[in-house]
Design a protein around this ligand. Structure first.
Ligand code: FES
Length: 117
């Protein structure tokens, strides 16, 4: 298991996100949705854009470049022009620190049948 530190839990208020550089897998975006933390790849699968610079709308992240959207918990691409799903990472809380397990997808993504929405 390859676990990386993402942020302190109190660093992100609900509805906020941030980009965390990672040399192994590329930048990661960590989100706080109503007090639950999620992590996905930060790079939009449509072109070159940082999702951390986009907008959160409920449990969707909107890309800042062409406004495609992904479902944050599962990484599913839900709005054109995004068609390829985002990589997700299982998030673990240890005290007040948020970590991503780079060897595991988020449970919602892992248990999904990966069919497009
Ligand atoms: S780069 Fe994200 S929707 Fe085009």
């Amino acid at each position: 298991m390859s676990k990386v530190f993402l942020c302190k839990a109190d660093e992100l208020a609900p509805g906020e996100m941030k980009r965390v550089p990672n040399e192994e897998v590329g930048d990661i975006c960590v989100y706080n949705l109503e007090g639950t933390f999620y992590a996905t790849a930060d790079l939009c699968t449509h072109a070159t854009a940082s999702l951390a610079e986009g907008d959160i709308d409920d449990d969707l992240i909107t890309c800042p470049v062409h406004w495609g959207q992904f479902h944050i918990p599962s990484g599913k691409a839900v709005t054109f022009p995004c068609e390829r799903d985002l990589r997700t990472y299982r998030v673990e809380l240890e005290g007040d620190e948020v970590y991503a397990d780079l060897s595991a997808e988020a449970e919602e993504a892992a248990s999904d049948d990966s069919s497009p929405i």
